[in-house]
Structure formats: C-alpha cells, structure tokens
Design a protein. Sequence first.
Length: 318
Amino acid sequence: MNERLSPWRLGATLYMPATRTDIVDAVLHNKIDGLRSLVICLEDAVSDADIPLARRNLRQVLTHLAAAKKLQGNANWPLVFVRPRDITMGAELAADWDLSGVDGLVLPKFTRHCLPVWWAMLKDSHLCMMPTLETEEVFDVVQMRELAAALANHPCRQRIIALRIGGNDLMNVVSLRRSREFTLYDGPMGYVIKMLVSVFATRDFALTAPVCEHIDDRQIMDRELALDMLHGLVGKTAIHPSQIGIIEAALMVSASDHADALRILNSSQAVFKSQGAMCEPATHRRWASAILARAQVYGIVSEKNQDAIRLMTALTKS
C-alpha cells in the first residue's frame, strides 16, 4: 500500500450523501478546510426515494474526478471513497462505473461470509477496501477472531487501509441510541471497541472510531476523542465539517509522547526512566513507531497547549 493510503492519513473522514452537489468542489477545490478523507455515501445517508438522484449525481462526480485525475493527478486531493448501498450495488459500480478517480470502497455490513464476494469484484481493480463492522456478528468475539484470521491470511490484506467501526448500526442491533450525557464508551460499545482492538490490532489492522453524532457538544466530543486515542484508533468518522478540526487536534501527538517515542526507538538500553515513567524498548517499540507516524501527519502539541488540554480534560471530568 502506498504512502497516500496510510491509515494515518484518514483523519476525520467526512461522510457526504451522494445527493450533495458540492462533492467535486470538496475534492478538487479545497471547499472544506482541513479535509483529509471523505466517503460518498449511498447507504444510510440516502433515503430509498433519493437513490435515483444519488446515482445520477455520483456518476457526474465520478466523471469529473476521473478527468481531473488524468490532468493533474490526485496527490493533493483528500482520500476519496464510495460507500455502496449493498453488495449488489457494489458489484455494479466495480463492473460498470468509472472509479478511476476514487481510492476505494467502504464495504457496508461486512462479514467473513461476504469477503469472497467483495474480493471477486475488487481484486483486479486499483481500489482499496475499508470494511465496516456493523452487524450482529460484531458482538461475538469468536466470530470476530475468525474474521480477523480470515483477513490476515487473505490476498485482500494489502488492500485494507482500515476497518471502520459502525457505532450507530451496532447500537441499533441492541435497540439503543447513544446518550446525550455519555460517550460511546460508557455503554455496550465500550466493550465492543475494546474487543475489536484486542482482536484486530494484534494482527496489525488499523481501526477507525465511530461518529459522535452530538455535533454541538464539545465536551462529549473531547472526552470521546481522548478515549479513541487511548484505544489506538487511527481516525474518526465525521458527519459535519465543524468536527474536522476537533478530530485533527485530538490526533496531534503530545510533546512528551513524541520525546519518549524518539528515546525508545534510539536507545540501546533495555530499560530506562523518561519523564517519570519507565520506558522498555522491547515492549514499547510498536507504540513508539505509531506515535512517530502519527506525529509526522498531524504534528506535535506544544507543552503550553498540552497544559490547556489537561486542564480542559480535568474540567470535563469534574
């Protein structure tokens, strides 16, 4: 997978309904400040009645993107993905539509059993894959272990940029909606995210965090983002441009973590003390490599700003 398709470059992945008329401007003309990746959605974000309109609009968008990529390349674009409504629509897009201007597909309702179908339609293309974990099977750790093992040993492995955790669909499975007072981690999804990290991150799969649908509640968003980072998630779904900067800020690396990561990767000592904590390169090396990769994309928070973040975090917990 090339550098453009690094999971660290996803950042805040903005979902845009395929009915929107400003998608080309978002990709080609930097209409949305700070946008690193977007998903043109034909699934939950589009009603059944609007599917014909969404299809017509998507075809026009794809035509524009394909032509622009031929002229100027896509090095300066955000990453662009299309999320088909289902496997049938995905097969049609892959077979008959010009997807040369997009980077990949987001695969809805992904399970081990549909893997061969998706791979058959995508294996001869340039498209990468972002499977979405959002069905009843996701709550079953045995089935998730089986899926992780199947993906790890499958030719598609090199095409998977990240696995997306579909928070709202998973909450729907258990007949719940996220609370306005708590983060997603305070309910059943707390277990699910921890389990998915344990199962998939141990096999070097990147995972992205579910959307925070409470757009105007900054305290909930900040608390949830802190937990996303604590769990090692590489980005977060956004549903509004105002969330992009907040997510990007959370992905920045603290100066202390960056310093520790450098020491860990450059030290010849088995164990040493740094900033009041033990550093053990044998067990901290993978963490350190991830920190440096993240810092290269999102930057480093100054100590002054870090102190402000700590104060804000303390206030939100009180």
